[in-house]
Each structure stands twice: as structure tokens, then as C-alpha cells.
Design a protein around this ligand. Sequence first.
Ligand code: PEP
Ligand code: MN
Length: 296
Amino acid sequence: MIENKFPGKDITDEDLKNKFPLAAKKNTNHKSIITINGCEIGGDKLAIFAGPNMVESEKLIIETAINVKKSGAHFLRGGAFKPLTFPYRSLKYNETREQGLKWLKKAKEETGIGIVTEIMEEKYLDLVCETADILQIGSRNMQNFPFLTACAKTNKPILLKRHYGASLRDWLGAAEYILYEGNNNLILCERGVSVPHTHRATSRFLLDLQVIPAAQEVTHLPIISDPSHATFWRNWVRSMSLASVASGADGIMLEVHPDPPNSAVDPLQPIDFQEFENLMQEMEIISKHIYKKSIF
Ligand code: PEP
Ligand code: MN
């Protein structure tokens, strides 16, 4: 039997050496700092990713880019290609796909903000790479190994969201597939896990705050937290964002929309520009106080 030096955890010394040697820390101070579009992730700053769930229109994405940048966000998030849970589409709910990518590009041209957007199919890699500074691999694709390899080979920075049923060990295994291709610009994103009681009166997912210090212990990769997708409920986004900062995350991803109740997707989830601005100020206080890291 293999001895587990970390009681209560599923990651063994053997895993660190042989299953994900590239993702594993080489010593306690080993930490990767990734620079994208002039912004450091994993260094002395807290990185902020903000924007709507879906790139709904040109006006929406440009207005959001201007506002989140003004409040200090480093990256604009937004899906032109979206993994929607059900196959039915209304006009409002429709993905904007190639058109949405063009609007994201315009938002970057007008504001200079870096773009993170989801890639769902290998055939769109070239197209998405033209616009994205960071390729987002969504939860649902976390263990699509040939897809991870194809994304890694583009050498674009990658944001790998954790599947809501994946252990830290599974997640680091997926990360290893990307690092194995020589792509070291990799960021991990916790976005909530699925546990039986979350399907009842609380929320759709449970933000796994413990995975932040757990990951910081074993991997050198930057790790960020997405409280919006985890809580699914804007009233809890503020407290869970502050808790994520306190937990030692290297960055926070937030859904921000000019008119949250009218968001085309998941309208209970996004916060508005003023709430985002207030939250940025509060995250700055926590981050500076505990970790001496600033957002700005
Ligand atoms: C998203 O960030 O838009 C998204 C779909 O997230 P996840 O893959 O975490 O569900
Ligand atoms: Mn979403």
C-alpha cells in the first residue's frame, strides 16, 4: 500500500512525483507568476476577471468593458460560445458565437482590457485564439483530454475551471495534460462543486473554499475563485468573494452585467456595476490587510 503523508487527503507523495510532477510544487516557495496582457497573475497582485455570462450584444460588452475596467478589473470575461445546460434557445438566450468574438475584440481595442472567453470545440480554436488572451476551458470539458491537449498546443494562456464533481487530484491531472504539452501559462479556477444538499434550498453548487489553501499547498499554479457560478445567487456573491480573497485565492472571477435581472443567462447570478465597484474596494481592504496584495 502507498503511504499517504497527508492524512485526510487523496493526494499522495507518489502522485506529486509521478502523476502530476509538472503541476506539483518543487518546494514550499515555488509559485508560478503568469503575465498576460501586462497583468501578473499569481504574483503580488490580486487579479480580477469580470463581465457578463454571455456576450449578448456589442453595446452590452463594450459598456461592461469600460465599467469593469474603470473599477480596476484586469480581464473582461464573457462567453460567445456557451455550454448551456439545455438545448432549447430563444432569441435572447442564443449564443452570439463568431459575432460575439468580434464584439469582444472591439471591447479590447476600445479599452485595452484582456479577454478571457470559453472555447468548447477544437474546430473553433484558431478563431477563438484570434480574440482571446486566455482560453477558458469550462467545467464540463475539464476531463476532455484530447481537447485539453489541442488547447494546450496553441500555447495560449489557459484558464481551467474545475468540474463540479472533480477532486483536486482529478483537477491537477487535467492540468498536467496542459503542462505536458509545454504550455505553462495555466490558471486554475474553482467554481463550486455539486453536493446533494446544494440542489435543495441553498444553491446550485457549493463554493469549495477549502480547495484554495489545499491547492496552494501542492501546486505552484495560480488559482482563482468564481463565486458567481458557485452561489448562482447574487446576494451571496459579496460575502463569498471576500471569503475567497481571505482563503488565499490569486484572483476572483465575477459575473457583472449592466442590468442583472435582464441577463440573457442565469439572471439571478450577476452583480451590477455599482455593486462591483463597492466589492472591489472591499476586496482590496481584505487582500491588503491579510496578504499585503493590492488589486490596483
Ligand atoms: C462560465 O464561466 O461562463 C461557465 C460556463 O462556467 P463553468 O464552466 O464553471 O460552469
Ligand atoms: Mn455561466
